[in-house]
Write a protein that binds this ligand. Structure first.
Ligand code: RI2
Length: 354
């Protein structure tokens, strides 16, 4: 992957430009974020999403605040804290803003220092995802060798590709690397209701990269695992606690249970800044975002005329619940693929990364 696979970049005016992910796969529309408030809203309304990219946009949002409010450290700090609370579950957001606040505290030239730090953080993610790709592809090769496989079937949930973390994603990085190595790989793509990040975004990425894939309704994975059609499950993460419990898109936990029951390796891929070392127990302590019930009631798609339409799919008056994430207990996770190697999901191993 290279620069063309970026979900965000600075344009010639110094504004932040992002791919508006709400229109994919039907339309590749860009959105220009000129102010810190634009960045905050883009995170909230999921113009941008994915733990890594949320963190990057937040960091650039603080740079935009520095540009808007010149030397007013107090105001910039207040705006940064507002961005920090835009979404509650992905810890990369808090990590990114906290680093920016540290820069602000010691800076005499906040615009230039904040810009440099936001660029540094984003470039660092590129290196992290490359390492995750290599380590994950090694695992794929070793499972293939052990099972004497000619083709490898991997199941993923939601979107943890380059749209979620630059430049090659977390969960999808090993898949891109496997393709580079000439491995015959096929991806089962969970649709990922209610927002369909799998069906819309992962499928779009894989199609663009020419990777063999099949979109499946969210409830299909268990059957496929029982039938021996899944060699490995891999997902990204939004926050992983010190005890190895991992928060990821709602539905991940059920896949981990099915994987355990069928002896399928279940991996989580994440950069080190997705660990929350202050969180002792993920199941107990990670805050789960609850989003609008409209996301469950209303689906958007393209009609035969090529127009994007929103349609209601539930009875008027029925109530819907929309929990954004669930937490997979560490005991169901085979390993955590990070840029520093495969980490066991327990306090001893994770604590050493601090
Ligand atoms: P990276 C997504 O949430 C999913 O939970 C997905 O696994 C994660 O972000 C990907 O982030 P949402 O932001 O692991 O679409 O790739 O609600 O950083």
């Amino acid at each position: 992957m290279d620069g063309q696979y970026r979900a965000l970049w600075l344009n010639d005016n110094g504004d932040l430009e992002v791919i508006d992910q709400r229109y994919l796969p039907f339309e590749k529309r860009m959105r220009v974020l000129k102010t810190a408030n634009d960045a905050c809203e883009a995170i909230k309304d999921m113009t941008v999403r994915g733990a890594g990219v949320i963190g990057n946009v937040a960091a650039f949002g603080v740079y935009l605040a520095a540009r808007e409010f010149a030397d007013d450290k107090q105001k910039i700090t207040q705006v940064a804290l507002n961005i920090r609370s835009a979404r509650p579950t992905a810890v990369n957001l808090m990590w990114a803003v906290d680093n920016m606040l540290e820069v602000i505290k010691h800076s005499d030239d906040m615009v230039s220092d904040c810009k440099a730090e936001a660029i540094r953080q984003t470039d660092e993610d590129v290196r992290r995802t490359q390492a995750i790709g290599n380590i994950g592809a090694d695992i794929i090769e070793s499972i293939m060798a052990a099972k004497k496989l000619k083709q490898f079937h991997i199941l993923t949930h939601c979107n943890a590709g380059w749209l979620a973390i630059v430049d090659s994603g977390s969960a999808l990085a090993p898949i891109y690397e496997a393709q580079k190595r000439g491995i015959d790989i096929h991806v089962w793509v969970d649709e990922t209701r209610p927002r369909n990040q799998g069906a819309r975004l992962t499928a779009w990425e894989l199609q663009d990269a020419g990777i063999n894939h099949t979109i499946i309704p969210d409830n299909t994975g268990g059957l496929l695992m029982q039938q021996g059609k899944v060699d490995m499950v891999i997902t990204g993460a939004d926050r992983v606690a010190l005890n190895g419990d991992a928060a990821n898109k709602i539905g991940t936990y059920l896949k981990a249970l099915a994987a355990k029951d069928n002896g399928v390796p279940f991996y989580i891929a994440l950069p080190i800044n997705t660990f929350d070392f202050d969180c002792e127990s993920g199941v107990r302590d990670i805050e789960i975002e609850q989003r609008s019930e409209d996301e469950v009631h209303v689906m958007s798609g393209m009609d035969k005329q090529g127009h994007t339409q929103n349609i209601r799919i539930t009875p008027e008056g029925s109530v819907a619940a929309n929990y954004g994430f669930d937490v997979t207990p560490a005991r169901l996770i085979t390993g955590l693929i990070t840029e520093k190697g495969v980490i066991e999901p327990n306090k001893e191993a994770i604590g050493q990364l601090q």
